[in-house]
Ligand binder design. Structure first.
Ligand code: SF4
Length: 258
């Protein structure tokens, strides 16, 4: 394990490195079979998958299939697996949506569980976080993700290397210092395919039930759980909502606004 003092010192070093160097550092420090990349098939995932493919194709790439992804998301996953020859492994929730409905007698994703439990956060916990944690607990010491400080909210204060007690390991964010433009430039420079819904007004892409396009002038996460946010404007206003698969966002969710 890394001591708290060492974590601070490591983050000071990692802050000065390029994303590819950070990936290389993680593989050397933890070992290929102790490192995984978690992807959602959004742009940051695509950039990281490409970087990883040039460093070590044996690192497992984790994709959680909630059962409600856009077909384009699944097609893009398959395209990247073929194109970059990556080891993308898909994990699924224990229950189907139908079984979940039978248990709760409601579609959890329609409700804000702050007011009417259980609701969308429980749906995300069951369909995203639990499969993710089941995939990583006892298997990986370091899980790479695509969060960037430029995304704002709680993400504005993430460190490159973060302890995650849920799996007694570390979340690594090699793009912490990048901005959306950096990601776009990287994807363009390498002629990499991106999710087709970006061209249709989507800025952040999750499950079909909880993702809408973003309107002119709205923040980039306005399209996620719009039905929840707009049903409770007094609580959420323009604040972005998160699924909680990243612990760093969970901290954000316990607050009231950005
Ligand atoms: S994004 Fe919506 S449908 Fe998907 S797991 Fe979360 S609440 Fe359920």
């Amino acid at each position: 394990m890394i001591t708290p003092d060492e974590l601070v010192a490591l983050n000071e070093q990692l802050e000065l490195m390029a994303p590819q160097q950070i990936l290389g550092w993680a593989i050397e420090r933890f070992g290929t079979d102790q490192v995984a990349l978690q992807v959602s098939m959004q742009k940051t995932s695509c950039a990281l998958m490409h970087m990883l493919s040039e460093i070590d194709r044996n690192v497992e790439v984790i994709f959680v299939d909630t059962g409600a992804h856009f077909p384009e998301t699944l097609s893009l996953r398959d395209e990247y697996a073929r194109r970059l020859n990556l080891k993308i492994v898909t994990y699924s929730p224990q229950q189907t949506f139908e079984e979940q409905f039978q248990q709760y007698q409601r579609h959890l994703y329609l409700f804000d569980d702050e007011f009417d439990p259980p609701g969308y956060r429980e749906c995300c916990r069951l369909r995203k976080e639990e499969p993710f944690l089941a995939a990583v607990r006892g298997r990986f010491k370091c899980v790479i993700g695509g969060l960037m400080r430029a995304e704002g909210g709680a993400r504005s204060s993430i460190r490159v290397l973060n302890f995650d007690p849920r799996f007694n390991g570390y979340k690594l964010y090699p793009l912490a210092n990048w901005r959306v433009d950096d990601v776009d430039s990287y994807l363009d420079a390498h002629a990499l395919p991106v999710h087709p819904l970006y061209a249709r007004g989507y800025r952040s892409i999750g499950c079909t039930y909880c993702t809408t396009p973003v309107k002119e002038g709205e923040p980039s996460r306005a399209g996620r759980w719009r039905h929840i946010r707009e049903a409770h404007p007094e609580r959420y206003g323009q604040a972005g909502l998160y699924c909680g698969i990243n612990l760093e966002d969970r901290v954000k969710q316990s607050g009231d606004s950005d």
